[in-house]
Design a protein around this ligand. Sequence first.
Ligand code: UT7
Length: 369
Amino acid sequence: MTHAAITGWGKCLPPAVLSNHDLSTLLDTSDEWIVSRTGIRERRISHVRLEDLATVAAERALAAAALAAASIELIVFGSCSYDDQVPNMASGVQLRLGAHAAAALDLNTACTSFLYGLSTATALIRTGVVRNALVIGAELISPFMDWSDRDVAVLFGDGAAAVVLEATQNEEGLIAEKLGCYADSRETLRVQGMGGRYANRGVLYGVTRWQFAGQEIFKRAVQGMASACEEALGRAGIDAGEVDLLVPHQANLRIIEAVARRAHLPMERVYVNVQRYGNMSAATVPVALCEALEEGRVRPGGWLLMPGFGGGLTYCAHLVRWGSRTTPLGLSAAQLPPNERSALAIIRECREHKMRPTAVEAREPFAGI
Ligand code: UT7
């Protein structure tokens, strides 16, 4: 049987750091509240577009796999914060990489988009439609954030990561997964106005209002991720005790601890980086995977369990058997353009654009229809 091995991985984190203290100068919040309720200490704010973050991550992943962009047959771009809806994001990455032989697909299941993308690409490799794929999880949340709403503004950050999948006859890569969605809770996380209206960073972004029922999302996240872990393990006939590392969606340390408890995994076998980046939605799991590899936390042949949840409310868990190589074959020289501005300065500029609608945008929507 054909499997889809993970042969390359790469991340791209924008350099501007927004600390909890920075946020307390904008909002009625404190480092103590944010750390005790979420575990988050800082997050990154991007000075560039989503496509830039994703392209650098993709170039690094390709170098790690020593695969030329021209050989890539599929690009799956997992995200909910597109620069553009049409044309799609994956085609932009195809062009930037010179991956002209690749099919280009965007996929949005909010925070689970990378993992759902891993399922999609793996299935297309297993069935022989393509022989390899680049799967990206990337988000640019900051322009869509309501920076006056402390309920959500402290939770999210920007970032990107990608993996390369290649067909193999070895039993490795994604072995079993469970995908699901609690649509009856979909109104617990709605971003109103997540469309393009106001200019910032050379692109148009919307004025957004977040409808966010934190406690309800918390409960369903734990329930969805824990049950999906059990089901994915059951499908593969693997016992929780055999899992080497849990690499969960990083939204809140308390959610991660609750899922680990229910999955019967001690925290020593859980990878956590939410303190550094906050919730980067679709980018959290692939960035965590890259960092777990960099830190030597993934052993050759090891079992990784990757649960996630997101708006929808989608949830899932992916059981991956790692291959024999845990180090990159090559390094890419790809870099983001330099940034001189602080994270707070980028956010201030973002808020200003949102507060100064142009004459056309200030008109009533659909006036005259
Ligand atoms: O990927 C999907 C994204 N969604 C999530 O990850 C959300 C999951 N939910 C959570 O992570 C948690 O529910 C939160 C971190 C959002 C909230 O934690 P909580 O322990 O459930 O707090 P709470 O909602 O019960 O709020 C407690 C208090 C409230 O004040 P009162 O009503 O008790 O006076 C809030 O107004 O904390 C207040 N509060 C804040 N205080 C300081 C809410 N946000 C803040 C803040 N700073 N940023």
